[in-house]
Ligand binder design. Structure first.
Ligand SMILES: Cc1ncc(COP(=O)(O)O)c(C=O)c1O
Length: 491
């Protein structure tokens, strides 16, 4: 940490003297390798804290207690002194690793500190910098053609509020521009009845994850434990392509999957229209993440967009997990060569705050229709701006592609060598996954990797996912692969 602080100070000095910073400024004094000190993780200190917390909350998912003062770069340090190379990064939400000096610097500045402590109700009292700040985000990273931006708190509430924009857009199209609400609509919506509270739906896919809040949950289908006991809307759920690997050897099967699933989308739109619950929007992840890193081809997404356009159904691409550079592009859907932008793109995680980009026509005409007290957090936007600066200055997307190729090629080699244990390596950039024989074997490998200092995560029933920071480099990939190999040797 001493080095880190010294670096922050020297950057200040460089700024004062008008000197240019070295391009590889983000090279942080990380540990050279992971180091596990305890017999098990969670270690004794983590267990003690877990006991304390369990008196207040359910702690079943807690894996360890971290020391965020000591964690640095790609390494997560826990309270027992274990140093883990983190390729899971807080469920894919740390863009530049821990304690990145450029992010630490953001709040050294008194103006930014005031942004942090004077948190506004953005919908009614935005600060004077807000329009310019949003404009700069729009110009730097918005998907081409999406001119509007709504900020939110998290991934779930971004999706959930985006559904509202879609429903409002859909009803405006039905009603006609500038047509007032009827008395019947205004009265019936107050008691949750049509026509004011219309029967409309969002089509989603089996295996999808779009969040756990009440509306978003109706479009989440990855695990029953997220949904059980909670009422859901009767909304259509289509099959998502189930590919076989390697892709090049399974083209016919995979193409059939695309065609079958697209046909199902059309049938469901038809069916729900007839049922009196018309489909206003389709929500889809560019890679189904929580559901098991299920990919689909650019042709599948092109087909989906075409269906949406033909049927007057909005296309929402959920980039909460895939967005922010980890697939080698800022937005994963940029890989799909779509015919124009999707209608809405939601984000959160690596972007530091939630929100969505959308086309102008999805902006409600009246106030307070998509609204909450905070509607995001300007202090998180300051962090996002600095994250974007670092991505651009240090060419981190190129880094992701290079490090990702090393990791992917290495996983493919391991898969060949240990084909009875691993299969179906897949993904883009460093957003990668590999399958195990079954869930028990997967959990065992994830635990063994952790005990050797590599923090990965599971997804779906049988997959291990890799979600490193954008600063993850070739040398880190080689450490992961060496440790992985030693785990496979043990099995
Ligand atoms: C694709 C996707 N959408 C939405 C969400 C929900 O985001 P949050 O957990 O911030 O509510 C997640 C979270 O993992 C996600 O992966």
């Amino acid at each position: 940490m001493r080095f880190l602080q010294a670096t922050v100070v020297s950057r200040h000095c460089a700024a004062l003297k008008g000197l240019a910073y070295p391009r590889n400024y983000a090279t942080i004094a990380e540990p050279a390798a992971p180091a596990v000190k305890t017999q098990a993780i969670p270690g004794p200190r983590s267990l003690e804290l877990k006991g304390k917390l369990s008196a207040i909350q359910n702690v079943v998912p807690v894996q360890l207690f971290a020391d965020y003062e000591k964690s640095i770069g790609n390494y997560l340090v826990d309270v027992d002194g274990n140093v883990l190379l983190d390729v899971y990064t807080q469920i894919s939400s740390i863009p530049l690793g821990y304690n990145h000096p450029r992010l630490l610097n953001v709040f050294q500045n008194e103006k930014n500190l005031k942004t942090l402590i004077n948190r506004p109700a953005l919908g009614v009292f935005p600060g004077k910098e807000w329009p310019e700040q949003l404009n700069s985000i729009l110009t730097k990273i918005a998907p081409k053609g999406l001119s509007n931006l709504t900020t939110m708190m998290c991934g779930s509430c971004s999706n959930e509020n985006a559904y509202k924009n879609i429903f409002i857009w859909y009803r405006r199209n039905q009603r006609g521009e500038n047509v007032d609400f009827t008395d019947a609509e205004m009265q019936s919506c107050m008691i949750n009845q049509p026509p004011g509270a219309p029967k409309l739906s969002i089509l989603s896919f089996n295996g999808a994850f779009h969040g756990r809040t009440l509306g978003a949950l109706s479009t989440t289908h990855s695990k029953y434990i997220h949904k059980i006991d909670v009422p859901s809307f009767d909304w259509p759920i289509a099959s998502f392509p189930q590919y076989q690997y390697p892709l090049a050897e399974n083209e016919r099967h995979n193409k059939e999957q695309d065609q079958r699933c697209l046909a199902e989308v059309e049938e469901l739109i038809e069916k729900y229209n007839k049922k009196g619950i018309p489909v206003a929007g389709i929500i889809v992840e560019p890679i189904q993440s929580e559901g098991g890193d299920n990919e689909a081809s650019p042709e599948f997404f092109q087909g989906l967009q075409k269906i949406g356009k033909q049927r007057g159904v909005a296309l929402l691409i959920d980039e909460v997990q895939t967005g922010g550079g980890c697939t080698g592009k800022i937005w994963c859907h940029e890989h799909f060569n779509l015919d124009g932008p999707p209608d809405v793109v939601t984000f959160s995680k690596k972007m530091q705050l939630g929100g969505y980009f959308h086309k102008e026509e999805f902006k409600p005409q009246q106030g307070y229709r998509v609204f909450n007290t905070w509607m995001g957090d300007p202090s998180k936007l300051l962090l996002l701006q600095e994250v974007i600066n670092v991505i651009q200055e240090e060419n981190l997307l190129k880094n992701v592609n290079i490090a990702g190729k090393v990791l992917k090629d290495g996983l493919l080699d391991l898969e060949k060598e240990y084909s009875h244990i691993l299969n179906s390596t897949r993904g883009r950039g460093t957003f990668l996954a590999v399958n195990c024989q079954n869930g028990k074997a997967r959990d065992d490998i994830v635990n063994r990797l952790r005990m050797k200092g590599i923090q990965t995560g599971g997804c779906g029933e049988i997959s291990i996912r890799f979600r490193p920071a954008l600063t993850f480099q070739e040398k880190h990939a080689n450490i992961v692969l060496d440790v992985f190999r030693s785990v496979l040797r043990e099995l």
